[in-house]
Design a protein around this ligand. Structure first.
Ligand SMILES: CC(C)(COP(=O)(O)OP(=O)(O)OC[C@H]1O[C@@H](n2cnc3c(N)ncnc32)[C@H](O)[C@@H]1OP(=O)(O)O)[C@@H](O)C(=O)NCCC(=O)NCCS
Length: 180
């Protein structure tokens, strides 16, 4: 019998806790207009705010997963992912993901991160349902989510006003046993 798979590792990436030293990279990503085009971030974020974010997401010990995403090959931090707003009664949580290093986009890292964090949600947090919101214009992200089994459950029309126009927000969900 082989060793069971690490709950934190996929094929390309590993989920790990964030460290204070990660702050400059996080700050760079959340202030990069090409990254935040796809996120709910609107305003510039300071080094102090990012430092506080790392501290806040590190001190909560249960019912909340917030990870740095690093490559297995060279342990380079390339993004982050989280499962938040967990409901113990409903066994649900809301997923967020950002590959902040643009050079790594379209390299399979986001797909591997999604599979790994969802597996963590089902196998370690005992979730039944994982949900997320995605801007309708974020075709890359929608493609990745559908590829791994997320189902479109509805559209919140014009729910976000960004960069001069309204965007539809697509609501997607994945139930335990549905991941591909
Ligand atoms: C969305 C994100 C997580 C995807 O991760 P990634 O590592 O770039 O994606 P992958 O390489 O794993 O997969 C990309 C897939 O989308 C496809 N794709 C790329 N651009 C596309 C487009 N415009 N329309 C449709 N599909 C597209 C690729 O062909 C690839 O498909 P395949 O695996 O079937 O060949 C990442 O790009 C990211 O974090 N972007 C910025 C922030 C963001 O959008 N976060 C999500 C908010 S909901």
């Amino acid at each position: 019998m082989g060793m069971s798979q690490s709950p934190f590792e996929g094929e390309l990436i590993r989920l790990r806790a964030r460290e204070p030293e990660d702050e400059p990279l996080l700050h760079q990503w959340v202030n990069d207009a090409e990254v935040t085009e796809f996120l709910s971030v609107r305003y510039p974020l300071s080094h102090g705010q990012e430092k506080a974010f790392i501290e806040r997401t590190s001190e909560i010990g249960y019912g909340y997963a917030s990870f740095g995403v690093e490559t297995i090959a060279d342990k380079k931090l390339i993004g982050g992912t989280s499962l938040e707003r967990m409901s113990a009664e409903n066994r649900t949580a809301v997923l967020g993901i950002m590959i902040g290093e643009k050079a790594y986009w379209d390299g399979g890292y986001g797909t591997d991160t999604m599979r790994t964090v969802c597996r963590f949600g089902f196998e370690t947090m005992n979730l039944h349902r994982i949900e997320l919101d995605v801007f309708a214009m974020n075709e890359r992200a929608r493609h990745v989510y559908e590829k791994i089994g997320f189902v479109v459950e509805g559209v919140r029309r014009d729910a976000q006003y960004r960069r001069g126009k309204y965007e539809d927000v697509v609501v997607m969900g994945l139930l335990e046993g549905e991941m591909r």
